[in-house]
Design a protein around this ligand. Sequence first.
Ligand SMILES: Cc1cc2nc3c(=O)[nH]c(=O)nc-3n(C[C@H](O)[C@H](O)[C@H](O)COP(=O)(O)OP(=O)(O)OC[C@H]3O[C@@H](n4cnc5c(N)ncnc54)[C@H](O)[C@@H]3O)c2cc1C
Length: 428
Amino acid sequence: MSALPVSPPPAARYLPPSIAGDYTELTPKQTELLAIAARLGREKFAPRAQQIDRDAVFPFENYADLREAGLLGICVPEEHGGWGADFATYVMTAAEIGRHCGATALTLNMHVSSTMWTGFIADDLDMTPEQRANHEAHRKVHYERVVKQGKVYSQPFSEGGAAAAGKAPFGTLARKVEGGYIVNGKKIFASLAGAADYYGILCTLDKPGATQRDSLYLAVDKNGEGVSVTGDWDPLGMRGTVSRTLIFKDVFVPEIERLIPEGLYAQAALRWPHMFATLSPTYMGICQAAYDFTVQYLRGEVPGTPPVKRRMYPTKQIAVAEMKVRLEQTRAIFLQNARAARVDPSKEIRLGLYAAHYTIMENANEICRLAVRTCGGQSMLKTLPLERMYRDSRCGSLMLPWTAELCIDRLGRECLYEAGEQDEQAVL
Ligand SMILES: Cc1cc2nc3c(=O)[nH]c(=O)nc-3n(C[C@H](O)[C@H](O)[C@H](O)COP(=O)(O)OP(=O)(O)OC[C@H]3O[C@@H](n4cnc5c(N)ncnc54)[C@H](O)[C@@H]3O)c2cc1C
């Protein structure tokens, strides 16, 4: 008589599904990138996530892996040596990474945005032939740094005032001088502070009467004279982002470091609103991860824990069903929004975008909350990933320019008013 198997055969275990739901709708490039992200996430990022979170240190080892896999160039156009991923392809890949390490996905987003804004987004903007030629020359330099030298860019725009919410010009100023700009200012919550090779800052061209239309997007060398990192970093969640404060004091930035032509950032912000929605994929990943953890935990399949099953209690089954409903609602709106991204979206697409961003950010925290409540006390020990996901998930809806509050603010206003419409007299 043959011995009984000690553990169930692999097929009987819970197999976490693709972040994209159904693989049949994916392009070959999407399938390939998702497979790479899933492998790196499972084998490298997840095992390192606890220490990165505990020590609030930047995930340098994960970046070495991302570099080796070519993922730093995921949105660099193919003709410049990158993967040439479009919006949907990138956000699905980012969500897969976020499933395993939130801080890695969120910081990668800051880097990738610099290549996306200068890449397919800039391609869709109106430029004069001179601006286009100038942009081509500039981005060639930046893409070579990313693809050939593995350089990393960050994206500090927050300053603590109204600028990051899109309500005022950036307080960081760039004065035009021979061969470039002199930059002065301060950026708070600058993820990858001290870790990125270049800080892709948003600032305002220093001239009388400057408005938001005079925003500039410049890459500042982290070792440039006058650049410093200050402040400590000991936050609730997303601790591996190391989002400290950057100070720029009379920093000379050569003209070639201008990432898009002068005046074009404002056009991009107006015509390509999905450019601000790249923070939420990380949190889509957390939604899926918290659900996966719960199913594995209740089935007694979480590695390193006793194989105790808790799935037979009706209350657990109801709770998992509620989580699954919320997860599928989140995934549906995530994928729909990802595939709808384009220049000059219709009003319905724009409203759907705010709704998607809001839903993903809020549901990440809600699904984590349900996961902790459902799995119980032992599940929130720091040796397990759930309590980190719970803390990380809280950060999403706080992130400008589209915090949960500001999404609601925009949605309410834009649902009730058409462009340029005003009330004849104040109601209140
Ligand atoms: C983990 C993490 C990483 C981050 N990384 C980066 C980064 O790499 N780059 C970067 O630029 N920023 C980054 N941020 C910063 C983030 O985008 C916000 O700028 C930051 O959280 C602002 O916090 P605050 O409390 O100063 O916001 P405040 O400006 O004080 O706003 C508080 C709240 O008030 C609301 N609010 C703000 N302005 C308005 C307004 N005009 N009208 C109505 N409501 C408003 C918003 O809902 C906001 O959440 C990061 C934040 C976190 C948590």
